[in-house]
Design a protein around this ligand. Structure first.
Ligand code: AMP
Ligand code: MG
Length: 487
């Protein structure tokens, strides 16, 4: 048997950055799914990982020699309210590796038991949220959206008490780091300037090494995070993704999507769409995501003030100047993405109006966001002959779009269709599919739907003959109104 090793780079940081974790062995761990291709890119042996020692590690029961799990300290604004002490209450950082591309990737368990930061929680996760995170994060990765990845899901053989007893499970996920906006807030709230600087230096080295060469490295770091999150949220908007809990502890400094909870994909286009049961006021509604990202980045900038200048008076305008770039960056990425979704390569002054009228028509007609863009990605829609039924009510807009396409450099229709299909997914993890696969797994111990939804959604841009049912929106009877974080 091959040996298994992970570094623990985060433990080189000062003691108060984390708490070493005690393990909580589970009754009978059982592997549900191992992401073999991901394991290979991480240099982790899939055979070892799926064997008894690997599954014992993936359930948080027993670690191989040299693996020292840590729970990380962080704070955060939850729905606008500051909590100075959160931390990994049900997660354990196992360590990190250098992947095939030379990048550092951390492996973390979620649902593995209580830690020093659990507060009143049980440290556990239920199977449903584990499967949702697995499928949605892998679908996001396949769509090219920056995200944590799912490495494995295991059943613990134990029940967790939620509203009803549910099968317990653990997800192993992979991230370029687990540093959040809330990690900076943790040190800022304690006026621990040394801790803040140490964390910033670590984050710069990990994520934005060129910032260390800039005239003002911490400002350059802030600017990088602002750009990364503006680009990330633009990608969410272009895919119809709703994170659901954009608290500052759930926003990664790397610009990866992290902490999949009551996340969901919008079906009918409507900026006020909210699924999360706990988000009563729609703080994190689809259309609020850009402004909430900026709100979170403003909290990051506040935390970084002591590093931006000698005193607050000087630091505030520096931070404000950096934050003022968010809107332009977001708009540029979002409009570039919309342009690609509509097969446009050049920029014309009327484009913003064209995009707006498409979205307004979608909203008025209550049509499916994903399906419309995919229907546009066809030679019929482009040529205006045998237009797909889905586009029946878009007649006048289609005429405007075709006039606009005529201003583009000459290109074969097939090339235009191919390019559009590369950005307009046919398959997303639709909420009714996710709910059905969770129900089958939880109630019948049947993982076949999980496997199918995962397989379909990890090839989002391919036409998959025979899988048309997975591309259609929910019928009225299937429609999911609420999602739950399951904590
Ligand atoms: P979340 O909203 O899932 O990002 O979690 C917010 C905070 O609550 C984090 O500090 C989590 O570690 C903690 N937490 C969530 N669920 C649990 C649980 N079941 N047990 C312990 N801590 C939890
Ligand atoms: Mg979280």
């Amino acid at each position: 048997m091959t040996s298994f090793s992970l570094r623990q780079t985060y433990s080189q940081l000062p003691d108060h950055f984390y708490a070493p974790a005690d393990l909580t062995p589970v009754a009978a761990s059982q592997l549900v799914k191992l992401n073999v291709p991901l394991a290979r890119t991480l240099g982790l042996d899939p055979v070892w990982l799926s064997g008894p020692d690997g599954v014992a590690m993936l359930s948080g029961s027993h670690m191989p020699p040299g693996v020292q799990p840590l729970a990380l300290a962080y704070a955060g604004h939850q729905f606008g309210h500051f909590v100075p002490q959160l931390g990994d209450g049900r997660a354990l950082l196992l360590g990190d590796v250098t992947d095939a591309s030379g990048a550092i990737r951390e492996v973390q368990l979620k649902g593995s038991g209580r830690t020093a930061y659990s507060r009143r929680g049980d440290g556990r996760a239920a199977l449903g949220p584990v499967l949702r995170e697995y499928v949605v994060s892998e679908a996001m990765a396949a769509m090219g959206v920056p995200t944590t990845r799912a490495l494995a899901a295991v059943l613990t053989g134990e029940q967790v008490m939620r509203e009803t007893p549910l099968p317990g499970a653990v997800i192993a996920r992979v991230a370029s780091s687990h540093i959040r906006v809330g990690t900076f807030q943790f040190f800022a709230a304690r006026q621990d300037i040394n801790g803040l600087r140490t964390l910033a230096d670590f984050a710069i080295a990990r994520h934005y090494p060129d910032a260390s060469q800039a005239p003002a490295p911490y400002l350059a770091f802030l600017e990088h995070v602002i750009a990364a999150q503006a680009d990330l949220v633009a990608q969410w908007m272009l895919k119809g993704f709703i994170h659901g809990v954009m608290n500052t502890d759930n926003m990664a400094i790397s610009g990866e999507t992290i902490d999949y909870g009551p996340c969901a994909f919008m079906e009918q286009y409507d900026p006020t769409t909210v699924f999360s049961f706990i988000d009563e006021r729609g703080r994190y509604a689809y259309g609020n995501q850009p402004s909430m990202a900026l709100w979170n980045l403003t909290r990051l900038a506040e935390a970084l003030l002591p590093l931006l200048a000698d005193n607050q008076e000087q630091a505030i305008p520096v931070a404000q100047q950096a934050l003022s770039t968010f809107e332009g960056r977001f708009q540029a990425t979002y409009l570039e993405g919309l342009r690609a979704k509509l097969g446009l390569k050049t920029v014309q002054p009327e484009d913003a109006g064209l995009f707006r009228s498409l979205l307004e028509t979608m909203q008025a007609e209550q049509t499916d966001f994903t399906q419309i863009f995919r229907a546009l990605s066809t030679s019929e829609a482009i040529a205006g002959e045998d237009v797909p039924e889905t586009l029946a009510t878009f007649g006048s807009w289609l005429t405007l779009w075709r006039q606009r396409l005529a201003q583009e450099p000459e290109e074969p229709v097939s090339a235009r269709v191919a390019a559009m299909k590369q950005v307009n997914p046919a398959f997303i993890p639709r909420n009714h599919l996710v709910e059905a696969m969770i129900k089958a797994a939880v109630e019948q111990n049947d993982f076949s739907q999980f496997e199918t939804v995962l397989a379909v959604c990890t090839h989002p841009y391919d036409d998959q003959p025979g899988k048309e049912a997975y591309a259609r929106p929910a019928q009225a009877s299937e429609r999911v109104r609420h999602t739950f974080c399951g904590t």
